[in-house]
Design a protein around this ligand. Structure first.
Ligand SMILES: Nc1ncnc2c1ncn2[C@@H]1O[C@H](COP(=O)(O)OP(=O)(O)O)[C@@H](O)[C@H]1O
Ligand SMILES: N[C@@H](CC(=O)OP(=O)(O)O)C(=O)O
Length: 514
């Protein structure tokens, strides 16, 4: 933060800070002392946390809870109780490690035990009735965010920051029927409820479960993993926050995955469409649903690194609206205007980022013409819909269709879907493929960019299995073999994204509070 922050912001200017599971697991003291405490000097801060992960998300509490739910359905198994005990031990151990005050620790241990008892009873009841519905699964995974937030609220209090645990698991009314679906009125309701809960905390820092209860059709089905980002977005809308900060273990959004492309550069500012496209096509930095809700309310999102508090991060904000609507100036007043006009009006036309999405198979279907061509695509999509398979890319002619699908552990569904598709014609299944995508709002004005992408890949000896351009003006994608994906990423980055744009050069300027 800079000294130019003004105290007048303290009274009612909210920042929502979302912390991912691995950050809560590995860096809780940094979160409390370097981030929350620092921003509290100038803002009202509300914290939203995901379930703890001590190492990777795939081994974190949410994944363990999903495993416990699976085991509960196995007759005679008690593995689900073992998993609950492991989760409980983890949370108690970390609490004892970090919390000094005996009363705070005793209360926290009691709350952790209570949550874990409820969870164990819930799983045992599911075992008796031999059923776990999507709604039951929602309740089970919600325990992860509750335990994480109980711990973080305890730690904040222990370190002298008055904090209040906020459990969102009952903000969706019990009778809220699926007929409403997850439409805008649903999101508006949640945002208002979270806003009310935040205000009820008075002067204390709300520590909000990044889980907002049982949603119609099931949280995992309707929103998917990473739902805490959306929850934080709704919290930001609920208090009309100045900014939604999503704290991660990466400096922000880069021109390519920095683990795979050593020369990748941090992007200072990106549009919501570009950020969503990157997420859908393999660079999962933020849940794609997050953008729509926050941007509708004209609130910028900033991705920041827990281990680099001074960094500016990446700001996600549209290039065509101002903070409070067209009649009010953009926010932050001069700085955002300066950086955004430098970025968005830059003459340099180049893609914003390159990304790859792994675990792709390509289905090539050649019609046997028993169906009229007008029913051919409808039949195909009917079959894919029945097996819940999602098509990422498609390329068609009247009787031939190539589709790229992302699948993980869905071998059985895929086999059944392919068997059904064979009624329509011959089907080839090509495995171990990757989608490589160039993303950028400026690409629509770049004549020849697709040709440059494909010739660059060809020059590096990368064979292209399928091409898709045109569905989205800001994305050009093709499918290549998985073994070539690292080479493709690096060669495209080197040839098409090698020049830092004017926005990247501005990256070191502190502009939020100028
Ligand atoms: N274009 C990109 N920019 C930044 N990170 C990216 C990009 N593409 C992929 N990633 C990866 O996304 C991950 C997101 O950050 P992190 O906080 O570590 O993840 P998570 O929230 O999944 O635990 C990083 O590990 C990073 O390597
Ligand atoms: N704990 C949930 C929600 C979440 O958003 O996680 P994270 O913020 O760590 O990506 C999950 O694993 O999906």
């Amino acid at each position: 933060m800079t000294s130019s922050q003004t105290l007048s912001q303290t009274a009612d200017t909210w920042l929502i800070q979302k912390f991912g599971g691995t950050s809560v697991g590995k860096l809780p003291l940094e979160i409390v002392d370097n981030i929350v405490r620092a921003y509290l000097k100038d803002y009202r801060v509300a914290v939203v946390c995901s379930a703890r992960s001590t190492d990777t998300k795939s081994e974190g509490t949410t994944s363990r809870l999903l495993k416990a739910a699976e085991h509960a359905l196995k007759k005679g198994s008690s593995k689900h109780i073992d998993i609950v005990n492991t989760i409980k031990d983890d949370h108690i151990t970390v609490s004892r490690k970090f919390i000094q005050d005996a009363d705070i620790l005793a209360n926290l241990e009691a709350s952790i035990s209570h949550e874990c008892d409820i969870l164990a009873n819930f799983l045992s009841a599911a075992q008796v009735i031999d059923e776990i519905s999507p709604r039951t699964k929602d309740s089970i995974i919600g325990a992860g965010e509750k335990l994480s937030c109980l711990f973080m609220a305890g730690l904040l209090n222990d370190r002298g920051i008055a904090a209040q645990y906020v459990n969102l698991d009952s903000i969706i009314p019990i009778g809220y029927s699926a007929k409403h679906g997850l439409d805008q009125s649903f999101y508006d309701h949640i945002a208002t409820e979270i806003g009310n809960k935040i205000q009820e905390c008075g002067e204390k820092v709300p520590v909000i479960t990044g889980y907002f209860g049982i949603v119609p059709a099931g949280l995992l089905e309707a929103i998917g993993r990473g739902y805490t980002d959306l929850c934080a977005a709704l919290a930001a809308v609920g208090v009309n926050a100045e900014e939604l900060q999503v704290w991660k273990e990466v400096d922000g959004i880069f021109t390519a995955d920095p683990r795979k492309v050593p020369t990748a550069r941090l992007i200072s500012m990106i549009t919501p469409d570009e950020a969503a496209e990157l997420t859908y096509y393999g660079s999962e930095v933020i849940h794609p649903f997050t953008m729509e809700q926050v941007i509708r309310a004209h609130i910028p999102i900033r991705i920041k690194n827990v281990e680099n508090v001074a960094g500016n991060g990446t700001v996600i904000f549209p290039d065509n609206i101002s903070r409070k609507g067209d009649v009010t100036p953009p926010h932050p007043p001069t700085a955002l205007e300066r950086i955004s006009s430098a970025f968005f009006n830059s003459q340099k036309k180049e893609p914003t980022a390159v990304t790859t999405k792994q675990n792709i198979i390509v289905l090539n279907l050649h019609s046997n013409k028993r169906f009229h061509s007008h029913g051919f695509l409808a039949e195909i999509f009917g079959i894919l819909h029945r097996w819940e398979l999602v098509v990422d890319l498609i390329s068609t002619s009247e009787v031939h269709v190539s589709m790229a699908l992302h699948y993980e552990s869905r071998e059985h569904d895929l086999r059944d879907a392919v068997d059904e598709l064979k009624r329509l014609g011959s089907v080839d299944v090509i495995r171990d493929m990757t989608i490589v995508s160039l993303v950028g709002k400026k690409m629509k004005q770049m004549v020849g960019i697709a040709g440059k992408m494909f010739s660059t890949l060809a020059g590096a000896g990368v064979n292209i299995e399928m091409i898709s351009q045109g569905a989205s003006e800001i994305n050009i994608s093709c499918v290549i073999q998985e073994k070539d994906s690292l080479k493709a990423l690096n060669v495209l980055h080197q040839h098409l994204l090698c020049n830092p744009s004017s926005a990247d050069l501005l990256d070191n300027r502190p502009w939020l509070l100028s």
